[in-house]
Design a protein around this ligand. Structure first.
Ligand code: ATP
Ligand code: AMP
Ligand code: MG
Length: 194
C-alpha cells in the first residue's frame, strides 16, 4: 500500500523549499516519491466553488467552508494514483478568524492515514526573518514572539495527532542555507520508514 508522510511546520519555516530539494534529491537517487501541497489542492477546490482567492486568504474564509474543503482535499489526496510514497506539504494548524484550527482533524487524519509526521522547524528568529523577507506571501505576522508561539502550537497539534494516529513524530531542522541537507536527511527518514 502507498505510504503517506505528513510534512508540516509553521508558515514560512521552509516546508515547500525543503520539499523542492527533496524532489531533486529523490530523482537523483531514483527514489519514487510524490509530493503534494495540501494548500494547492484546497485552492483548486475553492476555485471549483467559484471562490478564486490567493492561497493566503483561504484561512480567513468561513470556517465551515474551509472545513468542507479541507476534508474534500484530504479525500482527493488519499486517492492519488500510484504506489510511490506520498509526501504531503501541510500545516499542523491554521490561524483562522475563529482561532487556531487543526490542519488534520480526525476525518482528515483518517483519510490521509499517515505513517509518520515530520515537523520542519528552524530557530524562531530565523522563521520571523524568513517571513519578513518573503514578499511573495501574505504572512499573518513577522514578530519573533508570534514565530515562537506558532512553533509551540505546531508541536502541540503534532502530539495530539500522533496520539490519535499512533504514529511517530520526527523533528527536522531547516537551518539557514541548509535546505539541501534538510532534504537529504528527510529522504533518509522516509526511506527508513517506508
Ligand atoms: P508556507 O507554509 O507559508 O507555505 P513554507 O514553510 O512552505 O511556508 P517556504 O515558502 O518554503 O516556507 O519558505 C519561506 C521563505 O524562507 C522563502 O523565502 C524561502 O526562500 C526561505 N527559506 C526556506 N528555507 C530556507 C533555508 N534553509 N535558508 C534560508 N532561507 C530559507
Ligand atoms: P501553504 O502554501 O502551505 O501555506 O498553504 C496555503 C494555505 O492552505 C494555508 O494558509 C491554509 O489556509 C491552507 N492549508 C494548508 N494545509 C491545510 C490543512 N491541513 N488544513 C486546512 N488548511 C490548510
Ligand atoms: Mg509552502
Amino acid at each position: 500500500m502507498q505510504a503517506t508522510i505528513i510534512v508540516a511546520g509553521v508558515p514560512g519555516v521552509g516546508k515547500t523549499t525543503v520539499l523542492q530539494e527533496l524532489e531533486a534529491v529523490a530523482k537523483e537517487r531514483k527514489v519514487p516519491l510524490q509530493i503534494i501541497n495540501f494548500g494547492n489542492v484546497m485552492n483548486e477546490l475553492f476555485k471549483k466553488r467559484g471562490v478564486e482567492i490567493h492561497r493566503d486568504h483561504m484561512r480567513k474564509e468561513d470556517i465551515t467552508l474551509q472545513g468542507k474543503i479541507q476534508e474534500e482535499a484530504a479525500r482527493m489526496i488519499s486517492k492519488t494514483p500510484g504506489n510511490s510514497t506520498l509526501v504531503v506539504d501541510t500545516h499542523m494548524f491554521v490561524r483562522t478568524n475563529d482561532g487556531i484550527w487543526p490542519g488534520t482533524p480526525r476525518k482528515v487524519l483518517e483519510a490521509l492515514d499517515p505513517s509518520m509526521i515530520i515537523l520542519i522547524e528552524a530557530d524562531p528568529e530565523e522563521v520571523a526573518r524568513r517571513r519578513a523577507a518573503d514578499t511573495t506571501r501574505y504572512r499573518d505576522s513577522q514578530k519573533l514572539e508570534d514565530a515562537k508561539a506558532d512553533l509551540q502550537w505546531s508541536r502541540n497539534m503534532a502530539s495530539a495527532i500522533a496520539v490519535l494516529a499512533g504514529v511517530p513524530i520526527q523533528i527536522l531542522q531547516n537551518q539557514n542555507g541548509q535546505q539541501r541537507q534538510s532534504a537529504e536527511e528527510l529522504l533518509k527518514i522516509i526511506e527508513k520508514r517506508t
